[in-house]
Design a protein around this ligand. Structure first.
Ligand code: HAM
Length: 419
């Protein structure tokens, strides 16, 4: 067994306390925001038949290069989920819940990417998906929920970019216009972008290479290729965002990394982070996906926010601080240990958080452990207290004052003190 076997694999990490506490707090806040709009939680499986994810687009990096796919012992081709929209829609097609189906989720995803800061092979997302309505006001509701969530985290430097890809037909026409534009100027295009052009002309717009900058800037704009219907839809989305004072920038070259999108697409960029990894969330409409998974034609819209990156943005802006103090009470037992067993259990049963020391340590060592625990009070029991049915309650944060109290009254007194 080599040493590396005992290190977290590349692109994964342990989320240790206090990051883990912050993580949980973020998910709880998200549940609260989604719940405020009537979204209910769904927990999809972490792996699916690979066909489910092939719907993300054969030409996308996510499917072509980054999928954790393997054959299981039953000969099925299985893939770890690279995202959750496809799974939620597969679940919708399978169970056909009542419409509109408004779901939220939280959990890990897997992509074999080049690992670096803010880019992991296992990363978490929180997100929502809605199936049913065509209504552009739903697109605005979904975007607004994400915006309010960032606000409640305390983030102030998030920028919302919105775009429309038009209907599936508009999008196909636009892709052809793009292809024609780049093919007419093939010599001026970088080699990498020429390869991208062959598989996915839209992604060429995403090129950050200097060589491509001029051609990309001159490329036709998606918004000029919208049908009247798609243009009206987009206008209604932006009007609704105006009405609720959610600021946005129309970004006609915004391309998303997944192929299922039509009409509205959007992304959230955290300006406090490096540009390469500053996309903290994104989403859009995917009106054709449910039908591809065997359901009747059912439009859909949603987003996913990267938990890892969102917390990096919180660090960069100095907001959403981790919680402090692990326990309320530390039990110090100088009788040899039996008393702590019962006292800690009683205090916990009364709804307070209690810890204790182990291995029959000295009184002095136990008091040190109590200080390190950051508990507000120590409950101390020695032979005298044991004999008289009392315990000593000592303040660990303020003046260090202490009182001797009856064992029967201990939990009431602790609760009153710690309120
Ligand atoms: P996505 O843009 O691929 O969209 O991912 C959404 C967010 O997940 C990104 O903005 C980013 O914050 C985070 N993320 C993605 N890959 C990584 C990674 N390797 N490491 C860390 N964070 C990452 C989707 O996944 C769609 N399912 C969104 C959606 C929902 N569209 C409609 N509904």
């Amino acid at each position: 067994m080599t040493d590396h076997a005992f290190r977290a694999p590349k692109g994964t990490r342990d989320i240790m306390w206090p990051d883990s506490a912050r993580w949980r707090a973020l998910v709880e806040l998200f549940a609260d925001v989604a719940g405020s709009a009537g979204y209910l939680e769904v927990v999809p499986p972490m792996f699916e038949h690979v066909e489910v994810f092939q719907r993300l687009g054969e030409a996308t990096d996510v499917v072509r290069k980054e999928m954790y796919a393997f054959e299981d012992k039953g000969g099925r081709t299985i893939a770890l989920r690279p995202e959750q929209t496809a799974s939620v829609v597969r679940g919708f097609a399978e169970h056909r819940p009542a419409l509109p189906y408004k779901a939220w989720y939280a959990g890990p995803n897997f992509r074999y990417e080049r690992a670096q800061k803010g880019r992991f092979r296992q990363f978490d997302q929180v997100g929502v998906e809605v199936l049913g309505p065509h209504d552009p006001h739903l697109d605005a509701e979904v975007i607004t929920l994400a915006w309010r969530f960032y606000e409640r985290l305390g983030l102030r430097q998030v920028r919302l970019l919105v775009n429309s890809l038009g209907s599936a037909e508009d999008r196909a026409r636009y892709v052809e216009a793009l292809r024609a534009h780049f093919e007419a100027n093939l010599d001026a295009l970088s080699e990498e972008s020429r390869a991208t052009l062959a598989t996915n002309p839209l992604r060429v717009l995403d090129s950050k290479r200097d060589a491509d900058a001029e051609l990309v800037a001159d490329a036709p704009r998606m918004l000029d290729h919208l049908s009247d219907d798609a243009a009206a839809h987009f206008a209604a989305v932006t009007a609704a965002l105006d009405a609720v004072d959610v600021p946005y920038t129309v970004a006609p070259r915004l391309v998303r990394g997944l192929d299922y999108y039509v009409r509205t697409t959007f992304e959230f960029a955290a300006e406090a982070l490096d540009a390469a990894q500053n996309a903290v969330g994104g989403g859009g409409r995917y009106d054709g996906l449910a039908a591809e998974m065997g359901a009747p034609e059912t439009p859909g819209v949603g987003f996913a926010l990267g938990v890892d990156r969102t917390l990096l943005a919180c660090d960069a802006e100095g907001v959403f601080a981790p919680p402090t103090a692990a326990v309320d009470v530390f039990v110090v037992d100088a009788t040899g240990g039996d008393e702590a067993v019962v006292l800690a259990d009683r205090i916990r049963a009364a709804g307070l958080r209690a810890d204790r020391a182990w291995d029959g340590r000295s009184m002095k060592a136990q008091m040190k452990a109590a200080d390190r625990s950051a508990a507000a009070v120590a409950v101390i029991v020695g032979e005298d207290e044991k004999a008289s049915g009392t315990v000593t309650v000592r303040d660990l944060r303020g003046d260090g004052g202490q009182e001797t109290v009856d064992r029967d009254q201990l939990t009431d007194i602790l609760r009153a003190r710690l309120r």
